[in-house]
Design a protein around this ligand. Structure first.
Ligand code: BG6
Length: 464
């Protein structure tokens, strides 16, 4: 089926890293694989790069799609440029350029703001004032995270967007929601009564949500210095994982029902207190014989900066399902590995029959480890008798790996861009949801004192 109305996919920040690495390849794959959308990429910038400049950017970012020569060539050829002036406070001229590119007849339009959070608010307003979403077809606007920098600014940004757009036109990105293993959390929980029937305070002792990165802040200090690990990772990615692990079953598999359930669990999360947070910051250390800089030595970082690059938070969820079960959220940069996983630890067996003494019980805890990346899959950790004649109980995993069962795992951006084109908001954060998640961290966005230093390449500061 070909969509009768063509779509302009208008990208602000087309010359930036996000567009080059993620967005353009994702858009190409979404369009090329389905043949379902007549989409033209229109790159917007204040540099007069022209159509040729945008086509060069697109060609470069699709360099590894060489085996799809003619499809790439067509996509590149149709990509074009629109120029905006840095000083202008309207986007009326952009409207004129879009109409010229699109020609007569109705068009769908997506405005994707692949730009830092600062200018995103003023550009959204200008798009709204110039009524650019209205070109005779549907219109959608996409904003990257972080959405605001605290509860007040996120609320203000929501109010501003709602002056011009309906909630069904607003797509708030959190790319973790597009990751296959994250989407699978709903299937894992709600298609497998085996697990779901034990998924509560009666059986579960704790939930650990960990996102470890081995990279440092690199060239992004301009953004990161104002953000830090709570705003950059916890309020969005790790909180989204928390909602999917903690929510009640939605009444149906629809965007609104799923997002209603996510908001409900967030409303039960207690506002985090300072005593429940450990902040860290990586210090220079040698990794594989190479000395890597500490955070304070990175370019554009204030030498006295207190920006945390590591956070460990204890969340409490005050509802019937989770009362008393700690959710530990941990994330950090320059750690010893890149690995994201959710570990659900079950309570111990109520009685230990294997040894005489309670405190000497050899039975480990049952665990469910949901591996998000790399090596997507999950492990159920259980106890098994070692065949050794001496009675021994050991813990072993029962594992499932995506790579054994499925051919390809689509990239998160590819999934999300397809959903934007299809108008499916399930994997996008709703306005009330983003506000509910900022509320949880209101008091702990920044540390009061200097964060604990940890050596680059380690597992973070010591947690007592
Ligand atoms: C981004 C953060 O949202 O997610 C980055 O701004 C972080 O600081 C990145 O590195 C991690 O994403 P992924 O998909 O590599 O885990």
């Amino acid at each position: 089926m070909t969509h009768a109305v063509p779509t302009s996919f208008v990208v602000f920040g087309v010359t930036g890293d996000l567009a080059h690495r993620k967005l353009i390849p994702a858009l190409f794959d979404a369009v090329a694989d389905t043949n379902d959308h007549d989409v033209r990429l229109i790159g917007v910038s204040s540099q007069p790069v022209g159509a040729a400049g945008v086509q060069e950017i697109v060609r470069k970012s699709l360099a590894d799609r060489g085996n799809r020569g003619s499809t790439v060539a067509r996509f590149v050829e149709r990509s074009t440029h629109a120029l905006v002036s840095r000083d202008s406070d309207t986007l009326d001229d952009l409207g004129r350029q879009l109409r010229e590119i699109e020609g007569p007849g109705p068009n769908n339009r997506v405005f994707y703001l692949a730009i830092p959070p600062g200018p995103a608010a003023s550009i959204s307003t200008m798009i709204g004032k110039a009524r650019l979403l209205d070109a005779g077809g549907w219109g959608r606007i996409v904003l990257e995270k972080p959405f605001g920098r605290d509860l007040a600014s996120a609320t203000a940004l929501n109010e501003l967007l709602h002056e011009y757009f309906s909630e069904t036109q607003i797509y708030r990105m959190d790319h973790y929601l597009g990751k296959e293993a994250v989407q699978n959390l709903l299937t894992f929980r709600f298609a497998n009564p085996l697990f779901e029937s034990t998924w509560n305070r009666d059986r579960i002792e704790s939930v650990d949500i960990r996102v470890a990165e081995d990279i440092g802040v690199g060239e992004r200090a301009g953004y990161y210095e104002k953000s830090g690990a709570v705003r950059d990772m916890i309020q969005n990615h790790l909180t989204q994982l928390t909602t999917l692990v903690g929510m009640e079953a939605p009444s149906s598999f629809t965007a609104e029902a799923i997002r209603d359930s996510k908001v409900r669990v967030l409303e039960s999360v207690r506002t985090v207190a300072t005593r429940d947070v450990v902040y860290g910051q990586y210090a220079s250390a040698s990794i594989n014989g190479e000395l890597v800089p500490g955070y304070l030595d990175e370019p554009d970082v204030d030498p006295g900066s207190k920006t945390p690059t590591f956070v460990h938070i204890r969340l409490a969820i005050d509802n019937w399902r989770w009362q008393g079960v700690p959710f530990y959220l941990t994330t950090g940069k320059r750690l010893h590995e890149r690995s994201s996983a959710i570990v659900v630890t079950y309570r111990p067996a109520p009685v230990c029959i294997f040894h005489g003494r309670e405190d000497d019980c050899p039975i480990g805890r049952n665990t469910v480890t949901l591996r998000i990346q790399p090596h997507e899959g999950f492990d159920v950790g259980f106890s098994v008798k070692d065949p050794d004649p001496e009675m021994q109980v050991v813990s072993k995993p029962l594992s499932f790996d995506y790579s054994d069962a499925f051919k390809d795992i689509p990239d998160a951006y590819r999934t999300l861009v397809t959903d934007i084109l299809e108008g499916d908001q399930t994997l996008f954060v709703r306005g009330d949801e983003v506000e509910a998640s900022w509320r949880v961290y209101e008091d702990v966005l920044e540390p009061a004192a200097a964060p604990l230093p940890y050596p680059a390449g380690s597992s973070g500061p010591k947690l007592s």
